[in-house]
Design a protein around this ligand. Structure first.
Ligand code: SF4
Length: 276
């Protein structure tokens, strides 16, 4: 005999939407692209592998392993680990891939030296490849940081690796949506700590930092809330492709181009032709 099921009186768990800097950036570039990736889930059909992404991912894995294993690997072991973890997708030629491998070997060796210098200066690697999340009310703000260091004076430093770049400036860090999101989240999670962010160009070792504080932080937080509210209140269904600057480098261009072609044909059919 089956026992009758007693309906649960608990309300269903409603998950808050989560926004990351990448989601924000995608929406700012093109709302339709945002819909294609995050709502229609079309990314797996359109988003292409790129050498820059593969190179960056390979290096992130190697550096993550280095720290996860207690930073005991030698530079040569790091290079060997890079070869094992190498992601080959997206390289256009074998030569291009070899050039990146050689650059990768130099980068991990230089990273090893920089790590020893940091350790000597009593800078502790506090976390690597860490997802930070803060509840912002209507939504959650989340971001994955490459590394967080804790300095001897208690300051927390968020480090973002750039694998394709040689130069950066404090102005770039100050205007970076991602770096400011990370700082906002970390300072909300650890309000007693002073927080700053650094962009670290792995190829050159060049770094630049900026600390988001006071009125600038409050203004940024307000902007983030307005942006998230705008996305949450957007009706994506009626959106159609409209040419924007981001089209030039967008993997959905073939899809949108089909729409524009059809539109062009329909316009031709609708336009009356008069014989002279
Ligand atoms: S091709 Fe242009 S309109 Fe189409 S999704 Fe990409 S950025 Fe948006």
């Amino acid at each position: 005999m089956c026992a009758a099921r007693i309906p649960s009186s608990r309300p269903p768990i409603v998950r808050k939407p989560t926004f990351s800097p990448t989601r924000f950036r995608t929406y700012i570039e093109c709302a339709l692209k945002y819909r294609y990736i995050y709502q229609d889930k079309l990314g797996k059909f359109y988003l292409k592998s790129r050498a820059g992404f593969s190179f960056g991912s390979t290096l992130h894995h190697v550096l993550q392993d280095f720290h996860a294993e207690g930073a005991t690997q030698t530079p040569d072991e790091m290079v060997a680990r890079m070869d094992v973890n190498w992601i080959a997708a997206g390289y256009e030629t074998a030569e291009q891939e070899q050039v990146h491998k050689a650059a990768g070997a130099e980068i991990v060796q230089a990273y090893h030296s920089a790590h020893l210098e940091r350790a000597a200066a009593q800078v502790e690697t506090w976390a690597t490849e860490k997802t930070l999340t803060s509840d912002m009310g209507r939504f959650k703000l989340s971001g994955r940081v490459d590394r967080i260091d804790r300095h001897a004076d208690g300051r927390l430093e968020i480090i973002d690796y750039k694998s394709g770049r040689q130069e950066t400036t404090p102005e770039e860090v100050a205007s970076s949506l991602a770096m400011n999101c990370y700082q906002l989240i970390l300072s909300r999670l650890y309000p007693e700590s002073s927080v700053f962010a650094t962009i670290y160009c792995l190829r050159s070792g060049v770094q630049a930092s900026y600390s988001l504080q006071g009125a600038a932080k409050e203004a940024f937080e307000r902007d983030v809330i307005v942006l998230a509210d705008t996305i949450l209140d957007t009706d994506f269904a009626p959106l159609r492709p409209v040419r924007v600057e981001a089209c030039e480098d967008c993997d959905f261009i073939s899809r949108c181009s089909r729409f524009w072609k059809m539109q062009g044909r329909e316009a031709e059919v609708d336009t009356p032709h008069f014989d002279e």
